[in-house]
Write a protein that binds this ligand. Structure first.
Ligand code: ZN
Length: 453
């Protein structure tokens, strides 16, 4: 029998919206339609006037592992995800997330450690995406077993001191292609950025805003082009993380037009914030926006919305980094190359994309569901997630499109101590999130092993 029926809402899928009830049996969607069977034990949730959305699938987060000092750090950010409308996330276990030295030196040791330390620590379902670094002993040899263990995606960097050389990047792409994986690549040209950084430091330009000034769009576009070329040569797909500017988008759009398996994500901050934040007189303000790639111009921002609407970009993910003004982003800040990169966003993904995209008619609500749920689930090997469809997990978000509120740190649950969207008025609000048919909040999330289609 049906355990739960969500009645009277507008069910949104990537293909269309319809007035329908959603039946849930044993955590899965068992029916979508009208007059669904129910008995005395069937619970009902009235969603009249609400959108019923599939939970968001956030494929790019840097949630911190639980530690003795901060035992609830992972759980708390997973609660924030749930309350914001995200029912599945993928986390990277890169250094800085609390992974041990041993776990960061080997992909398989890193997977074992991640699974052991996150067991029973999440309010929503989650998976791991590994990080391939230049400091690991032999990551490429470990890839087949990693992929077979349910982690078919990994991120590699073209910049930073743990970057891969082009030769290693090519080998990683090739190994991923051969064994059914997909490499995610952070595309920035290290030679350009290192030279501009050295020049800035030589002139005493150490302030936060020089972080952005030393990471131009052409450095991102060139590296994006190169990653695509290497993937082409390796006969592999490639996934460009956190694409931030029009020039890099043009590279992806060209590759897609040629029919190459090239995918790209952008992030809410590139869709809503611009480089005028670096002009703030107060370092304590500027340091909040020390992220890589940095915030770009308003023209770039607008081009990303066009990319989402037209298909040059495949999805939106947060790149959530729960840095705190009181810890990692304290002022007075060290010279900009030593500042921790990143900003929080796990709890505000749906709110920001709905309000800035759907409410402003830049994308349809169906396209939003595709970008936040269906495509990330499909691309990252989560066939039970990402859509309201019989047989899939009942990961549902009840969303009130008529609500309006302002985003405030004081109302958020993430483990950061600020939000880049402080005071921003947003249309719409998440009223309730269900994880496999159960109200989100408890430690009911499980590690999901993934296989790419
Ligand atoms: Zn990231």
């Amino acid at each position: 029998m049906t355990d739960l029926v969500v009645t009277g809402g507008t069910v949104v899928t990537a293909e269309g919206s319809l007035q329908a009830d959603v039946g849930v049996t044993e955590g899965r969607i068992s029916a979508v339609g009208s007059n669904l069977p129910r008995d005395a034990a069937t619970e009902t949730i009235d969603a009249t006037g609400l959108l019923v959305l599939p939970g968001c699938v956030d494929v790019h987060t840097h949630i911190r592992l639980p530690s003795e000092e901060e035992p609830d750090r992972f759980y708390q950010d997973s609660v924030a995800a749930a309350l914001g409308g995200t029912t599945t996330f993928l986390a990277f276990n890169n250094p800085g997330t609390g992974i041990s030295d041993e776990g960061s030196r080997s992909l398989l040791a890193g997977l074992r450690e991640f699974r052991a330390r996150t067991e029973g620590e999440s309010a929503v379902d989650f998976g791991l995406s590994a990080v391939i670094s230049g400091r690991q002993d032999d990551p490429i040899a470990e890839l087949p077993e990693l992929i077979a263990s349910g982690v078919p995606t990994a991120k590699a960097f073209m910049v930073y001191d743990f970057r891969l050389t082009d030769e290693r990047l090519f080998a990683a792409l090739q190994a991923m292609g051969r064994h059914g994986g997909m490499l995610q690549v952070h595309c920035e040209n290290a030679t350009v950025i290192d030279a501009l950084t050295a020049e800035a430091l030589a002139h005493g330009n150490v302030a936060c805003r020089h972080h952005a000034l030393t990471r131009p769009t052409y450095a991102e576009a060139e590296a994006t082009h190169r990653a695509i070329a290497l993937a082409r040569a390796a006969d592999a797909s490639v996934y460009i993380v956190h694409l931030s500017c029009a020039d890099a988008l043009a590279e992806v759009a060209t590759a897609k037009a040629r029919g190459w398996p090239v995918y790209a994500e952008t992030c809410p901050h590139y869709l809503t914030l611009t480089d005028d934040r670096y002009a703030a007189p107060d370092e304590a303000e500027v340091i909040k926006s020390v992220i890589s790639p940095p915030l770009r111009t308003d023209a770039d921002r607008q081009s990303l919305w066009l990319g989402l609407a037209r298909g040059g970009l495949d999805l939106v993910a947060t790149d959530h980094v729960p840095d705190r003004l009181a810890v990692e982003k304290r002022v007075p800040a060290p010279p900009f190359p030593q500042i921790s990169n990143g900003a929080p966003g796990i709890e505000t993904l749906l709110s920001v994309v709905y309000s800035e995209g759907v409410a402003r008619s830049l994308i349809s609500v169906e396209r939003m569901v595709d970008l936040l749920s269906t495509t990330p689930a499909g691309l990252f090997g989560l066939p039970s997630k990402g859509a309201i469809e019989v047989g899939r997990d009942a990961d549902l978000v009840l969303f009130d499109p008529a609500a309006s509120r302002s985003i405030r740190q004081a109302d958020l649950h993430h483990t950061s101590d600020f939000t880049p969207y402080e005071g921003r008025a947003v249309a719409g609000d998440v009223l309730q999130t269900l994880v496999r048919g159960r109200p989100a909040g408890e430690r009911i999330g499980v590690f999901v092993e993934r296989r790419l289609a």
